[in-house]
Write a protein that binds this ligand. Structure first.
Ligand SMILES: *[C@@H]1O[C@H](CO)[C@@H](O)[C@H](O)[C@H]1NC(C)=O
Ligand SMILES: *[C@@H]1O[C@H](CO)[C@@H](O)[C@H](O)[C@H]1NC(C)=O
Ligand SMILES: *[C@@H]1O[C@H](CO)[C@@H](O)[C@H](O)[C@H]1NC(C)=O
Ligand SMILES: *[C@@H]1O[C@H](CO)[C@@H](O)[C@H](O)[C@H]1NC(C)=O
Ligand SMILES: *[C@@H]1O[C@H](CO)[C@@H](O)[C@H](O)[C@H]1NC(C)=O
Ligand SMILES: *[C@@H]1O[C@H](CO)[C@@H](O)[C@H](O)[C@H]1NC(C)=O
Ligand SMILES: *[C@@H]1O[C@H](CO)[C@@H](O)[C@H](O)[C@H]1NC(C)=O
Ligand SMILES: *[C@@H]1O[C@H](CO)[C@@H](O)[C@H](O)[C@H]1NC(C)=O
Ligand SMILES: *[C@@H]1O[C@H](CO)[C@@H](O)[C@H](O)[C@H]1NC(C)=O
Length: 747
């Protein structure tokens, strides 16, 4: 893989990059910022621009009322890496002017320049350029301002208060490619042309962080709901309600995505090293109903000698929503269960928690009395319902509410040996589904109202709703760190699993999964691009429900473990899960023969011929642990992506990759590198015995050739090859030696 090492020679510090094997690109003198920032007064508007981190600028803008500097932010000030040397910028600047002149600041390889409009010699438009090695400047983007059209920084006051809505427009070109933006379900790695609502739903975690193939990264550092639009000549970001607009841009040589991820993650956060057990196999289903069932499950894993590292208890294991306690009638002795599971299998346990609190919950009165529950803008009313009870969500944005949640989880789970938590339905607003009255009636779905305008300690759903899942992850993180007396960023002892997240969620001991998917082939296929977009957004710790979450009601065999069609889909989906950051099966299954409320979803549930295949992948997963640790460690150190869309490694060595990525062809939306050595191509259609794979052209100085995992046959890059893919073999290619992969000696 191409890795450029820049050895920044700074007056204050030298940051060595530690990729063995990397190709040094020569030393480069770092251009220290020649200003601490400027504040430009422009009519009723003020704009503050500061050099930020290496090769970046932070921009804040506001009409009339100045911000306090304590607004919600998802970026570190000072950044984790940068020229700042531990000093925060706050609202500092050294130059103030009113737009009647121009101004430029350079920070490393990026320059911001102000310019006028329509022949005006003054400067109140911003433009960002990359400085090339030969000192020429390349325009990355500027504020989009065609003559006599909408202002690129456009404000409106839709409500009675001082909060405004903001629409900011930036120039783009038809050939720009946009990577990241959180996760959608759209088969797209390149988001050009997309309109994406910044509203969370189950399976959709829109997040305004992207990388451009022009060599810049962008963070719309806003907690509000809104929209991202990627048109042919204009990219537009909308915040529905705000008190300040805040964004960051960072530059890197075009095609150098590892540096972009490094720059972005220096601002948004680096993942800690995960607990080792989390890299093994995670067993889950909807749902293990009681203590006996879980103990028998662990016994079965032991009897069959199948390794398992984490066993998960799903929802409705509680007596009421918001008890944050297992129902003692079904789980009489939690501590002895956790101990038994551990003794039998070595596995840890995880339990689901929902943020929702029903009126009959043990905790309701105390929560409502303390103001720990979210309300609505029009009163204290409820925000959703589930299984016959109306619910309010606890307010994750309130630190005291987070503390209450953790205190309760600690008492009821943690101290009894269940130390990992599943943050389900955590999307915020309501329960995160595309319909309200969740679980009330199947006749009233997708009613055309906005989500409830929930009110939190920090603001309303419109102004701060995107913070909700992030703060919920934070609650569990704070709990973990408090109880283990460790610092954020250091190795995690425990882990959470979240259905949502936001800018910089990778900083928590928390994996994000792709939500409640359907058990059909196309849904399998579409998860690949979702995971690759998660990676580009900075969320390395991604996973999904192997097998899909629930039956597609229009497909008779879907999720039915007794049908050959679903068994085949399951095996394909499961084998793919081996090559994800976390290997996890989960879902609601159907069956013909079992007389159970929930059908089984264990490695042995899919027929005699499939069991050994499934087990072989679990075993392979454990063999890959050193490799996994190495690539997680790189992600921790530098933000280097774990799942790697092909453009990350091959855009500069294979002229077809950029073009195929532009068009979102299957080769780029359904193939990826898993770490530096494995090319993974899940089978996404039924009944195949062979599979066609595009093997990218590899740079002249890189490890070659491509070797097919199952035959050791070798192939040159830059061609489509068809390889045998019987049900027991996922199409998998490797670079270098298998021995090195198994030992993790790959950088
Ligand atoms: C710009 O405005 C400032 C403050 O109003 C004034 O002092 C200065 O002379 C003006 N400069 C130019 C070039 O117009
Ligand atoms: C900073 O450096 C850039 C690039 O050399 C230059 O265009 C700009 O005028 C300088 N700005 C200041 C405030 O010195
Ligand atoms: C400087 O480098 C850029 C980017 O590599 C290139 O496009 C440009 O043509 C070069 N300019 C000169 C004058 O060599
Ligand atoms: C536990 O759940 C299993 C599986 O649904 C069920 O067969 C069994 O009766 C339950 N046992 C208890 C004690 O509730
Ligand atoms: C709904 O709640 C009742 C308890 O009130 C419980 O017995 C039942 O299992 C729940 N049903 C579903 C589908 O969640
Ligand atoms: C963790 O401990 C800190 C310091 O005592 C406290 O402020 C915070 O509320 C605790 N967090 C949780 C989730 O318990
Ligand atoms: C791309 O993949 C999808 C989903 O797997 C499949 O249905 C479609 O036929 C593929 N398209 C091409 C051109 O191969
Ligand atoms: C799979 O292939 C077999 C034999 O070619 C055929 O009979 C069967 O209908 C196919 N099944 C599906 C789901 O396409
Ligand atoms: C492929 O080569 C590796 C050694 O690098 C060996 O361990 C493995 O058994 C070989 N696989 C096949 C199918 O020959």
């Amino acid at each position: 893989m191409i890795q450029f090492v820049f050895c920044w020679v700074l007056g204050i510090s030298v940051i060595p990059l530690v990729w063995a094997n990397a190709i040094p690109a020569g030393d480069l003198e770092y251009f220290m910022p020649n200003s601490t920032g400027f504040r430009m007064q422009h009519g009723f508007e003020t704009i503050l621009v500061q050099p930020f981190g290496y090769d970046g600028f932070r921009v804040r803008a506001w009409p009339y009322r100045p911000p306090t500097g304590n607004e919600i932010s998802f970026i570190y000030d000072p950044p984790l890496e940068g020229f700042e040397n531990g000093k925060a910028h706050g609202m500092n600047f050294d130059t103030a002017f009113n737009g009647n002149r121009t101004m430029a600041i350079r920070n490393g390889n990026i320059i911001v320049r102000t310019s006028g409009w329509g022949g005006n010699p003054g400067g109140y438009r911003l433009a960002f350029y990359r400085v090339e090695k030969n000192e020429s400047e390349t325009l990355l983007t500027n504020e989009y301002a065609p003559l006599k059209s909408i202002n690129p920084r456009y404000y409106r006051w839709p409500g009675p208060g001082s909060e405004f809505s903001a629409e900011f427009s930036f120039s783009t070109t038809p050939d720009e490619q946009i990577y990241g933006t959180g996760t959608q379900q759209d088969h797209m790695v390149n988001k050009k042309g997309s309109v994406i609502d910044l509203i969370n739903f189950n399976t959709h975690i829109p997040t305004p962080v992207f990388m451009s193939n022009k060599g810049y990264g962008f963070i719309w550092n806003m907690p509000s709901e809104g929209r991202m639009e990627f048109g042919p000549v204009r990219n537009k970001f909308t915040a529905d309600l705000a008190t300040v607009v805040d964004y960051v841009i960072v530059a890197a040589p075009s095609g150098d995505y590892d540096t972009l991820q490094r720059r972005l993650s220096a601002l948004t956060g680096r993942a800690p090293p995960p607990p080792l057990f989390s890299l093994g196999f995670i067993q889950s289903k909807l749902r293990y109903e009681n203590q006996t069932e879980v103990e028998l499950l662990a016994q079965r894993f032991k009897d069959l000698n199948i390794p398992v590292s984490l066993i998960v208890i799903d929802y409705q294991s509680w007596a009421h929503q918001g008890d944050w306690q297992l129902d003692p009638r079904l789980w009489p002795d939690v501590a002895s269960m956790a101990e038994k599971v551990k003794d039998l299998t070595g596995a840890e346990m995880m339990a689901s928690l929902w943020p929702s609190v029903a009126d009959d919950s043990d905790n309701y009165l105390e929560l409502i009395a303390n103001g720990f529950l979210s309300a609505t803008r029009s009163g204290p009313g409820t925000t959703d319902s589930w299984n016959g009870s109306y619910i309010r969500n606890y307010d994750s944005t309130n630190p005291a509410a987070r503390e209450f949640l953790w205190k309760t989880l600690k008492r009821n789970y943690y101290e009894k040996g269940i130390k990992n938590f599943w943050i389900d339905q955590a999307d915020g607003g309501a329960l995160g589904e595309a319909y309200e009255n969740n679980g009330q009636s199947s006749y009233i779905e997708s009613i055309p109202f906005t989500l409830p305008n929930t009110l939190y300690a920090v603001g309303s759903q419109f102004s701060a709703g995107k913070l909700y899942p992030w703060a919920h992850q934070q609650a569990i993180e704070e709990g973990f760190r408090n109880v283990t007396e460790t610092k954020m960023g250091t190795e995690c002892e425990h882990i959470s699993l979240s259905r949502s997240g936001y800018i910089g969620s990778q900083r928590f001991c928390s994996m994000i999964w792709s939500g409640d998917t359907t058990s059909v082939w196309d849904t399998l296929a579409v998860q690949v691009a979702s995971g690759l977009s998660a990676a580009a957004t900075g969320w390395g710790w991604w996973t999904m429900d192997a097998g899909g979450f629930q039956a597609d009601p229009t497909v008779p065999w879907s999720a039915n473990i007794d049908t050959p069609q679903y068994r085949e889909l399951y095996v394909r989906w499961f084998q793919w899960a081996t090559f994800l950051p976390f290997m996890r099966t989960h879902g609601s299954r159907e069956c013909n023969t079992q007389n159970a409320y929930t059908c089984s979803n264990e490695p042995w549930s899919y027929g005699e011929t499939n069991t050994p295949i499934i087990v072989s992948y679990i075993k392979l997963r454990y063999q890959l642990q050193p490799y996994l640790q190495t690539i997680f460690d790189q992600f921790h150190q530098t933000g280097r992506s774990i799942m790697r869309p092909l453009y990350m490694d091959f855009e500069r060595t294979d002229p077809h990759i950029a073009e195929m990525t532009r068009k979102n062809t299957n080769a780029t939306t359904q193939q990826y590198m898993f770490g530096p050595r494995l090319l993974v191509t899940p089978v996404t259609t039924p009944n195949v015995t062979e599979w066609s794979v595009y093997l990218p052209q590899i740079g002249t100085r890189e490890i070659k050739p491509w070797t097919y995992w199952w035959t050791n046959e070798t192939y040159a890059g830059g061609q489509i090859v068809t390889v045998p893919a019987p049900i027991e073999h996922i199409p998998l290619f490797y670079l270098g030696r298998q021995e090195d992969i198994f030992s993790g000696d790959v950088f």
